[in-house]
Ligand binder design. Structure first.
Ligand code: AMP
Length: 281
């Protein structure tokens, strides 16, 4: 695997590689786990070449968020990427991506899909995501970009960005990969204390209870959300950020759940924030 740290080196390596062949791209913030690996495997199966990026993007973190303590382990990531046969790793510094002293004077501002849920609680987050994804798509120019359903709103925002700004990449969404007890893999799970790690699967199990109630014929969004809230409130250490049932592409909240709706929730467990979702069939 070639590791490229500057945009110039990367674009040279990319054009040496490609002669009309397909290129699958997996953008990440590193500290790779089984969720990322699933994206890489899928890209490997479907493309001649695979590019992964590792960049902890400062513009998508709020001032009081965990940018400084975000977990990093480059050697481990590199071994994983070698093992799963990634061809190019784009691993730029912050200065490479944002050369001026203040990051980026130009931002990409997403529209309505970015307003609710994560966007409402993390002001500026999706502006940072949309900006860095735009930059990465311009640099990598992939045939297909692989995203995880784990970050359901991010999927909606990036799909709209690609459509509205005429990027040519296809988007493939990969289902959420979970630990045996149901907890979705996340780099941030490493923040959980032992005790809270044991409690964390309640987030997914509460979503599952609502989705099986839906399958049993109860389509009232208010009722389904109440069921989730009841489950989560059983643990007094959990703080709920939001519980939502929304149409998965527009992210507009619905009164009646239907196929294609995303049930999602965000909670705090101690000082760890967890998000998860299920898309109704
Ligand atoms: P991150 O490094 O957290 O920015 O994630 C990089 C990509 O991996 C994003 O498209 C995420 O949605 C995806 N991802 C993260 N966790 C999972 C998971 N548990 N299952 C599937 N995809 C995931």
């Amino acid at each position: 695997m070639l590791i490229l740290k500057t945009i110039e080196e990367f674009t040279k390596a990319r054009s040496n590689l490609l002669k009309g062949d397909s290129l699958g791209f997996v953008p990440t913030m590193g500290y790779l786990h089984d969720g990322h690996i699933e994206l890489i495997k899928r890209a490997r199966q479907e493309n001649k070449y695979v590019v992964t990026s590792i960049f902890v993007n400062p513009t998508q973190f709020g001032q009081d968020e965990d940018l400084d303590k975000y977990p990093r382990d480059f050697e481990k990531d590199r071994n994983i990427l070698e093992k799963y046969d990634c061809d190019l790793l784009f691993f730029p510094s912050t200065k490479e991506m944002y050369p001026s002293s203040k990051p980026g004077e130009t931002f990409v501002v997403p529209g309505r899909t970015a307003e609710g849920l994560e966007g409402a609680l993390r002001p500026g987050h999706f502006r940072g995501v949309a900006t860095v994804v735009t930059k990465l798509l311009n640099i990598v120019n992939p045939t297909t970009t692989y995203l995880g359903q784990k970050d359901g709103q991010q999927v909606a925002v990036i799909k709209k960005l690609v459509e509205d700004l005429n990027f040519t990449t296809n988007i493939t969404v990969v289902p959420t990969v979970r630990e045996e007890d149901g907890l979705a893999f996340s780099s941030r799970n490493s923040y959980l204390s032992k005790g809270n790690r044991k409690k964390a699967p309640v987030l997914y199990s509460s979503l599952l209870i609502a989705s099986s109630e839906y399958k049993n014929g109860d389509h009232s969004a208010q009722h389904l959300k109440e069921m989730i809230r009841e489950q989560l409130k059983m643990d007094s250490e959990i703080t709920i950020d939001y519980i939502s049932i929304a149409e998965s592409n527009s992210l507009q909240e619905v009164e009646k759940a239907s196929p294609g709706c995303m049930i999602s929730a965000a909670i705090w467990l101690g000082n760890t924030r967890l998000i998860d979702n299920i898309v109704l069939e």
